[in-house]
Design a protein around this ligand. Structure first.
Ligand code: NDP
Length: 339
């Protein structure tokens, strides 16, 4: 095993769009596990939009990254050395010790990985992990879907959005998705079962919604905010629900964008808008797994991954995520032997 390990540190805080200069690749000695500890070699690192918020020095639901220190996030890896009776060499574990190749743990805070009979370990970070669970929580708890209704989801070809559309379809809804390229739009209707999809970069989001959701929208699952939210609000059916999951169109803005001009529609249309953070709902994770894992195992839920190789390419993968270069879950593979 190599005696050095690599990690990514926050070099500086970005203003607006982040660049490679905001990150630093550092080499450190592989840490040695002490009594009761184990050494883990990460295999897959999760790349997520919320990390952009953590690059800001601002109070939020997760603390900011610190300049000069290793960043963190979801990761799955294998125990390679252990002085902990609970952890054996070869065990797969999930942690929040991402953005690095190795770490030492006393076992606290580790989570299991996906059942290999159901899906590969990488799915622990996607379809059966945080992003899949986010889709399920937002849809079932706050979207409150009913058969025959129409759901619109933005960011539909991403990790959360692609799951929202498929879960809604399984529940008998009509599904409409938006995404940022013709390839993604084609994928939504051909492989992910969406009834309709459109490329928001064509410009007229409101017109596309009127065309593809002619009977109005009952649930708008918002991953994007901004002009998507503004256009969806005026096309919501009475008593419609809007789970507010993310607002990625504004993550690089230095000034808070103005609220949607159509906000007052909420009143006559009696809409329910509900922001949520997935980490508040992990008591429901067993229910999610019981429902979703069989669909994944049977191939009734497709999960897509965009996998970038090498920790040195993690900043690029993160910048690519913000720029729409991923389809499905964005991951970085940092172990050639991970398979
Ligand atoms: P995705 O896999 O969806 O990747 C992000 C995607 O956002 C890109 O692929 C890109 O796709 C799209 N995008 C980027 N800029 C814009 C823009 N200006 N307008 C429209 N789309 C844009 O990421 P996730 O599935 O992990 O996350 C989706 C959303 O869910 C994010 O907003 C994230 O912050 C949120 N989230 C919220 C959680 C919660 O607990 N509330 C938990 C997890 C995620 P395209 O090519 O289509 O533009």
């Amino acid at each position: 095993m190599s005696e050095t390990s690599r990690e990514i540190r926050l070099a500086s805080r970005p203003e607006g769009q982040p660049t490679e200069e905001n990150f630093e690749l550092a080499e450190v000695a592989v840490p040695a596990p002490g009594d009761g500890e184990a050494l883990v070699r990460n295999a897959y690192l999760s790349v997520d939009p919320y990390m952009r918020g953590r690059m800001r020095d601002a109070k939020s639901y997760v603390p900011p990254f610190k300049v000069g220190e290793v960043m963190d996030g979801g990761a799955v890896g294998r125990v390679v050395r252990s002085n902990n009776p609970e952890l054996s060499e070869g065990d797969w574990v999930q942690s929040m010790n991402g953005w690095r190749e190795h770490y030492v743990t006393d076992g606290s805070g580790l989570l299991p990985v996906a059942d290999p009979g159901v899906a590969p370990v990488s799915a622990s970070l996607g379809v059966l992990g945080m992003t899949g669970f986010t889709a399920w929580v937002g849809l079932t708890q706050f979207g409150k879907p009913k058969e025959g209704e129409t759901l619109f989801v933005s960011g539909a070809a991403g990790a959360v959005g692609s799951m929202v559309g498929q879960l809604a379809k399984l529940r008998g809804l009509r599904t409409v998705g938006s995404a940022g390229s013709e390839e993604k739009v084609a994928l939504l209707t051909s492989e992910l079962g969406f009834d309709a999809a459109f490329n928001y970069k064509d410009g007229d989001i409101g017109g596309a919604l009127s065309e593809h959701a002619p009977d109005g929208i009952d649930i708008y699952f918002d991953n994007v905010g901004g002009d998507h939210l503004e256009a969806a609000l005026t096309r919501m059916n009475v008593f419609g629900r809007i789970p507010l999951c993310g607002a990625i169109s504004g993550y690089n803005e230095e000034q808070t964008p103005p609220g949607p001009r159509s906000f007052l529609t909420v009143l006559p249309s009696r809409l329910t808008i509900r922001g949520f953070i997935v980490t508040d709902h992990y008591d429901l994770y067993p229910e999610f797994l019981a429902e979703v894992a069989p669909h994944v195992k049977e191939g009734e839920i497709r999960f897509l991954e965009t996998v970038v190789d090498g920790i040195e390419n993690m900043p690029g993968a993160f910048l690519g995520l913000l720029d729409g270069q991923n389809t499905g879950k964005m991951l970085v593979n940092v172990d050639d032997d991970a398979g």
